[in-house]
Design a protein around this ligand. Sequence first.
Ligand SMILES: C[S@@+](CC[C@H](N)C(=O)[O-])C[C@H]1O[C@@H](n2cnc3c(N)ncnc32)[C@H](O)[C@@H]1O
Length: 364
Amino acid sequence: MTSHSLLSRRSVLAVVVLTITALFISKTYPFHLLTFLFGILSSILITDSLLWDALRFLSGTLPKPEIPVQFSLPASEVGGLKYTYGLDHGLLNARLDTLWLNMGYWREAKGFQEACEALARLVGDGGQIQKGDKVLDFGYGCGDQLLFWHRTYTPSLIVGVTSEPLQACVAHTRIQTANLSHQIRPFLGDAIHISNWKPLDKGSTKILSENDYDVVLSLDSCYHYTTRVNFLRLAASKLKPNGRLSISDFLLGTGFKSASFTTRMFMRVALKGVGVPEENLVEEHVYNRQMEDAGFEDVEVRDITEYVFPGLAGFIGEQRRRVGGLVDVDRKWRQYEFMRRALITAYEKKLLRFVVVSAMRRSC
Ligand SMILES: C[S@@+](CC[C@H](N)C(=O)[O-])C[C@H]1O[C@@H](n2cnc3c(N)ncnc32)[C@H](O)[C@@H]1O
């Protein structure tokens, strides 16, 4: 599951209008100043930036929930009050003490953070991490899971990699703030190209050549890699004999083959759109074979689809109703709304399954 910023139609239109206006005005005024201003404005508009949010906020276009007519009071009836607090202070109340981003395990969870942590627990437990173990973690996002593995299982070392620089920096800051830089070593890079991983701390990369990890984990991430098979081979090569692998992952569902051409295309395009290569969409028997070919045995596939898709889809709908008016509905919610619908379709038509998989590296 990834979040991609798309260039909105409105932004493109705004840039076109700005270009025409700038060309028109340039006939009268010196162009260098305009070019400068135009450059700044365009970059504000075409990127999903804080500046863009600020600009929209200042121009008063931040969408607000519609106020039922009986609540609309003329200014004279509220003491001529000019300043309105509105709902912007929602931003001040938002609690960002965690930055999880996974599908969640919604069996008992009441909210997003709880569900994400519950899924992390399933994956962590599947790895049977013992006190003092060495753990290699693929796709750590903003670092919540690194801190979670540390406080829950107390391994001696966690080496992690993730691919998004912004998330890696957030994770790094959180690790430093928690004073855990010796126990948790975050890297930035593409999971399957270990020789290119960059350390976020100044420390050496020698650690990356070690092949004696007790546990390899990947929480909601390895379905993104090109390809999962390459990841499995790498994971096996990094583990000690009898070392353990535990991951959460997607499989093709039983309804995929019999679904209509359009539905299958929709699913493929949707998954491609969120960065899941087509080669990674396989049924369970192929998955098991790939695991064994990579060097794993005792493969256990636990299907938790019913505690994942409906829970997350329902949560997205509720959360949108709760805070939809507070943030920019169109731009920020579009990706999640799309995801909600895709999850419902995937669940109802049994197109996809969500699984927690654990296995042991063969001893020879
Ligand atoms: C759905 S998020 C899960 C984040 C985190 N595991 C969590 O539960 O909060 C997927 C993560 O996988 C990472 N990722 C995607 N492709 C990757 C790749 N090729 N190599 C390393 N990390 C990757 C993304 O940067 C993102 O942090």
